[in-house]
Design a protein around this ligand. Structure first.
Ligand code: GLN
Length: 538
């Protein structure tokens, strides 16, 4: 190996949704808490170049990194657990691998050879795995292979893992996640699916070193012995992964099972230090024993699939803990909100959050929710499209610009208060072409935003094509909605707020992508504080 980096591959068997992302993030947390520098990478076997063009119903939220990569939502978990930013290199798809190989072929880089899955695709995969820790940047890279072993599309990835295990045998291990289902009729946990899954791995030439067994009940010694014997792993490498109340419990459950210790032993690394998890434990302590509770409404059009708003709901949890408050989230479908039911639907909420989104479906309900929050002095947080809705609502109902709209929905509106950014107008391709990634934002002193952040310049992540139309800014500011954050270079409005309201803030960027357990996002923290004031708790 070109450097001293060690590699842990995480694969999944039997079924999807076993929580590979959370197990990977939890293992990484434990290793980081022992002093190792760790990163996590996700390899997604689907053919899309990235999930940016995927409907949230297909794949949940699209996470965005500082360098503007549109990625799998697991990267959000990695960042929230590790408090270390990820980048494009941390999420690779089959589409991206093939695109790179085909571009090389067109440049003639294969010198007349036939281009094949082995070695060309597998070499590209292996390069991408190693690239994430260029020049030995990390002690340990955890690479999670998406999908389930046995899927046709994941075969090249398992093959790449097989080759790496062979080439760098002392530096790589495989952790395989499986399911140990409980059969009610037999009253027993069943190990056969795990045995089959490991057998399938072995047919592909990969012997897992550690098995993480997802189970609803305790794996007793007999079951562990049986799994170890049938699957060629040591007894201490059979790890029980029980359903947890909170994803934030999982690192501690894995510590009890000594997953981190077994991993280090198998990688030939010292195990003497023990993880320092004091911050994590005090976070959990408050999460489980909060002093207060509030209820907020989250208004969105994908509320049936809560994964669509993963980073937002996790940011709310972090901000709740920062305020020692349990935040109940009332999920409200924006398509179902109308002028006639908005009062009934939103009554009693201590705060209203209007979610990001694209297109016209549900936008009328979002605008109703904004108006209700503004007129009833309920703390309001609008994110991206949510902020744009706040601008439209203010234009229509305060500035009396009746047909004010965003040109995303009404191209010929007389009052395009939200309009397409100049640089977006000539773009033809949809994938990866929005305003993406981190941009600086200068805060206006003595505003809610600057009080929340307590610094004067911040960097936040974006994902949009439309913007506040600065031609209207003077009229807005005169009428009581101000720009409290602007891009220092372009002058684009990044934050709006209404000073004459208890807490009414909208951000063109996505603060939820930067909230972590160690660093809850200041705007979310300030929003939850405002909901406590609304409930007259403080
Ligand atoms: N659809 C809006 C835009 O493109 C908002 C995007 C979002 O909410 N992420 O500008």
């Amino acid at each position: 190996m070109s450097n001293s980096t060690k590699y842990v591959f995480v694969t999944g068997g039997v079924t999807s949704s076993l929580g590979k992302g959370i197990i990977s993030a939890s293992l990484a947390k434990l290793l980081q808490a022992r002093g190792y520098s760790v990163t996590i990478q996700k390899l997604d076997p689907y053919i899309n170049i990235d999930p940016g063009t995927l409907n949230p119903y297909e794949h949940g939220e699209c996470f965005v990194t500082d360098d503007g990569a549109e990625t799998d939502l697991d990267l959000g978990h990695y960042e929230r657990f590790l408090n270390v930013p990820t980048s494009q290199a941390n999420n690779i798809t089959t589409g991206r691998i093939y695109q790179a190989v085909i571009e090389k072929e067109r440049r003639g880089e294969f010198l007349g050879k036939t281009v094949q899955v082995i070695p060309h695709i597998t070499d590209e995969i292996k390069d991408r795995i190693q690239e994430v820790s260029k020049e030995g940047k990390f002690d340990i890279v955890i690479t999670e292979i998406g999908g389930t072993v046995g899927d046709i599309e994941s075969l090249p990835y398992v093959e790449a893992v097989r080759q790496m295990l062979w080439e760098f045998e002392n530096d790589c291990i495989v952790v395989h996640l499986t399911l140990v289902p409980y059969l009610a009729a037999a009253g027993e946990l069943k190990t056969k699916p795990t045995q089959h899954s490991v057998k399938q791995m072995m047919e592909l030439g990969v012997q897992p070193d550690i098995l993480c067994c997802r189970t609803e009940y305790e794996l007793d010694l007999n079951l562990r012995r049986k799994i170890a014997k049938f699957c060629n792993v040591s007894m201490n490498a059979v790890i029980e992964s029980r359903d947890a109340n909170s994803i934030y419990d999982v690192p501690l459950l894995m510590q009890t099972e000594e997953l981190d210790k077994v991993v280090l032993e198998k990688l030939g690394l010292p195990t003497k230090s023990s993880p320092n998890l004091s911050n994590w434990k005090s976070f959990l302590e408050t999460l489980k024993n909060p002093d207060n509770e509030v209820t907020i409404g989250l208004i969105g059009k994908y509320v049936e699939l809560k994964d669509s708003y993963k980073s937002i709901s996790e940011s709310i949890i972090h901000a709740g803990v920062a305020n020692s408050t349990k935040v109940h989230v009332h999920w409200i479908h924006s398509e179902k909100l109308t002028k006639s039911n908005v009062k009934k639907e939103l009554k009693g909420l201590n705060g209203i959050l209007v979610a990001p989104g694209f297109g016209s479906r549900g936008i009328a309900g979002k605008i109703e929710a904004v108006q209700f929050a503004r007129e009833n002095n309920i703390p309001f947080f609008g994110i991206c499209l949510g902020m744009q809705c706040a601008v439209i609502e203010f234009a229509r109902n305060v500035l009396n610009l009746d047909d004010a709209h965003t040109t995303e929905i009404d191209e010929s509106t007389k009052h395009p208060v939200i309009s397409m950014m100049e640089e977006q107008k000539t773009i033809a391709n949809m994938g990866g072409t929005m305003r993406l990634g981190a941009f600086k934002c200068q805060l206006k002193p003595k505003t809610k935003a600057s009080h929340a952040y307590n610094i004067d310049k911040v960097s936040e992540r974006h994902r949009h094509r439309y913007e506040f139309n600065n031609l209207y800014l003077k009229d807005f500011e005169k009428a009581g909605m101000i720009a409290s954050g602007k891009n220092p270079k372009s002058g684009l409005v990044e934050i709006i707020e209404i000073p004459n309201h208890p807490w009414f803030v909208g951000t063109q960027f996505h603060p939820e992508y930067k909230s972590t357990v160690d660093n809850p996002h200041p705007l979310f923290v300030s929003f939850i504080r405002a909901t406590l004031i609304n409930k007259k708790i403080i």
